[in-house]
Design a protein around this ligand. Structure first.
Ligand SMILES: Nc1nc2c(ncn2[C@@H]2O[C@H](COP(=O)(O)OP(=O)(O)OP(=O)(O)O)[C@@H](O)[C@H]2O)c(=O)[nH]1
Ligand SMILES: [Mg+2]
Length: 394
């Protein structure tokens, strides 16, 4: 699972990335601070199944705090994109190639309106952040359009050739951006059969539809800590009722995560409260009181964990499945419930067996729903937080 973080310069993409991963990333209030992409592990948070068995798990990857399991995902923070990047403005859009493998994009917007369209600092609330929603989508759509256009002659030939299947040619051309044959085929069905007759508008529309399926975008309305930002948030939600928009303060999350790492606080990402473990300086105390009053009490979280969870579970509709034995939840190295896999909704017991190991899939005999202690077959559809044992001949 790869989550791309995108947006115009200085909206807080690297701050978001750093808050979610605690990896090193340069942060500064001038545009194009990030040039080379940053890649690191972040986490989605789920209610761990260990508590259903009165146990404490020991994850192989990620971690578990108070029965909150943090399952690893990959995050990618890229350079800022400005309007017309595809024509070479700003850093151009070459770096979009870094996002080819992304499964979902988080569009970080500066909801406090303190950054203009070029990413330059301006007084808070002086720029209208609503203007940023469309341009970014368009830039990403144009990226897809340009990739499509590169293969257009091939498509036209495939369309004319007896027996050649157009959707295969389209999927091949766009395989680098995760377009599968299924996606190409279902999207082509929405357009006239003869692609040589398509207008530019239709090609652009096709690129947009394919982009929506392979790189869906949700919005992180960042810098909500800046006084007056709530009004912009309300306007944004009203203007884009069908978008997934989550308010956040990457700066607050970074502060809480870093202080927890330094053992000054106890804070579990995504929670509404934190515990102070050491005497604070006056400055630290002031910052934390602000975070408590202006963010946690108002919004119930800093939003960073919610954005990641929403991207994976609400938007991409993944579920988390744990392998485990009906009589034993411990692996050969003594770890309890060591693994947790993120799978697409609709995953069957057989899909899960293949995910763990091809041999398990090939030799599949039956599976056991460990929580319910029920035997299930190949076609059994799994649910979020299922624990499954696979019985296989191999
Ligand atoms: N008030 C506030 N400021 C923030 C927040 N997140 C980031 N910032 C500030 O916004 C500025 C830009 O942050 P970066 O994380 O470097 O932004 P970026 O989007 O990665 O910028 P580029 O790499 O240049 O595209 C810095 O001064 C940050 O401290 C936030 O949640 N609240
Ligand atoms: Mg950056």
């Amino acid at each position: 699972m790869l989550v791309g973080i995108v947006g115009k310069p200085s909206t807080g993409k690297s701050t978001f990335f750093k808050a979610a991963t605690l990896a090193e990333a340069e942060i500064a209030n001038y545009p194009f601070t990030t040039i080379k992409p940053n890649r690191a592990i972040g986490y989605v948070k789920i209610e761990c199944v260990d508590k259903d068995f009165n146990k404490q798990c020991t994850p192989r990857m990620g971690f578990c705090i108070n029965h909150n399991r943090f399952v690893p995902i990959e995050l990618l923070d890229v350079a800022g994109l400005i309007e017309g990047s595809y024509t070479g403005a700003g850093l151009g859009n070459q770096f979009l190639d870094d996002l080819r493998q992304a499964d979902v994009l988080i569009h970080v917007i500066d909801i406090s309106g303190s950054v203009n369209e070029k990413g330059e600092a301006v007084p808070a609330l002086s720029y209208d952040p609503l203007k940023d929603v469309q341009f970014l989508e368009q830039e990403i759509n144009i990226w897809f359009y340009m990739l499509l256009k590169k293969g257009w002659d091939k498509f036209a030939r495939a369309a004319k050739q007896e027996g050649a299947e157009l959707f295969k040619a389209v999927a091949k051309q766009l395989s680098g951006v995760n377009v599968t044959e299924d996606i190409a085929e279902e999207t082509l069905k929405l357009f006239p059969e003869d692609i040589t007759s398509w207008t530019e508008e239709q090609i652009k529309n096709f690129a947009k539809k394919i982009r929506e399926k392979t790189k869906p975008i949700l919005i992180a309305a960042n810098k909500i800590d800046v006084p007056g930002s709530e009004k912009n948030l309300t306007r944004l939600k009203e203007a884009y009722p069908h978008y997934m928009i989550i308010a956040c303060s990457a700066m607050a999350e970074l502060e809480l995560r870093q202080k927890t790492k330094d053992e000054i606080l106890n804070y579990v990402p995504g929670e509404e409260t934190f515990i102070i473990k050491k005497t604070l300086t006056e400055k630290e105390s002031k910052i934390l009181t602000y975070i408590q009053k202006e963010i946690l009490e108002k919004y119930h979280h800093t939003g960073i964990q919610n954005v990641l969870n929403s991207a994976v579970f609400d938007f991409l509709k993944y579920i988390a499945i744990f392998p485990g034995g009906i009589n034993n939840l411990i692996d050969s190295q003594g770890r309890t419930l060591p693994d947790c896999f993120l799978m697409k909704e609709g995953t069957t017991a057989l899909d899960f067996a293949f995910k763990i190991h091809t041999d398990l899939g090939k030799g599949f005999v039956r599976a056991v729903d460990v929580k319910k202690r029920l035997t299930v077959g190949k076609e059994h559809i799994l649910k979020h937080r299922d624990v499954l044992e696979i019985i296989s001949t191999k």
